[in-house]
Design a protein around this ligand. Structure first.
Ligand code: BEZ
Length: 204
């Protein structure tokens, strides 16, 4: 099955990896396995991509599942084989700073979050030497899903249950009609009243 069919109609996350049997990648794939219940709860289809073939991926999965980073979780999500780097090149994932033994640029740690309509909601490129924080990826998905479902934005360092913000596209009247608990305006020297806080609509 191709990735576009696999993700069809769902939120999706794609993680890319420089190569199989590399230390940081091994910890990341194990960590993602432990996060799968959280991704599934949010209706997110997860896939990884690494620039080796599927025989190599199958052998590598045994190592990944044997580390503490995976806990007792199995790799239940697909790892896309991209031995020729065709996908990595087409989707702008190559890191010119990191070269393999043959001197070819390796894939960086890209994170793509894709909306159900297949538009790209977020892309972050991490250097090969920095492992990703998957709690942050979940936090972004929570924020994106709140915006899609309830027309709220989320402030700096927000986490689920904390105060959200009325999106600038809504007038005060529209916001009052939309949010049962209303909103409060943060007082600022300009007096413009553009920072409007409201409860997390999914909080009890
Ligand atoms: C790693 O996954 O450990 C790694 C891969 C490529 C360059 C540096 C680190």
């Amino acid at each position: 099955m191709v990735w576009h069919e696999y993700i069809d109609g769902s939120w999706a996350v794609l993680f890319s990896h420089p190569a199989d049997f590399t230390p940081v990648c091994t910890t990341e794939l194990g960590s993602v396995a432990t996060f799968m219940p959280e991704f599934e709860k949010r209706g997110v289809k997860v896939a990884a991509l690494s620039c080796n073939d599927s025989a190599s991926h199958k052998a590598w999965i045994k190592d990944i599942e044997a580390t503490d980073f995976a806990g007792s979780s199995k790799i239940s999500y697909p790892i896309i084989a991209d031995p020729g780097r065709d996908i990595a090149i087409a989707w702008g994932m190559l890191d010119p700073e990191e070269k393999d033994a043959a001197g070819l640029p390796m894939t960086c740690r890209a994170v793509f979050i894709v909306k159900p309509d297949k538009s790209l909601a977020l892309s972050i490129l991490y250097p090969a030497t920095t492992g990703r924080n998957f709690s942050e990826v979940l936090r972004v998905i929570d924020s994106l899903q709140l915006t899609a479902n309830f027309s709220v934005a989320t402030p700096a360092n927000w986490s689920s249950g904390k105060k959200c913000m009325v999106v600038p596209g809504l007038t005060d009247e529209e916001a009052n009609a939309k949010f049962a608990k209303g909103f409060t305006k943060v007082e600022v020297p300009s007096g413009k009243g553009y920072i409007r806080l409201t409860e997390d609509p999914t909080a009890n």
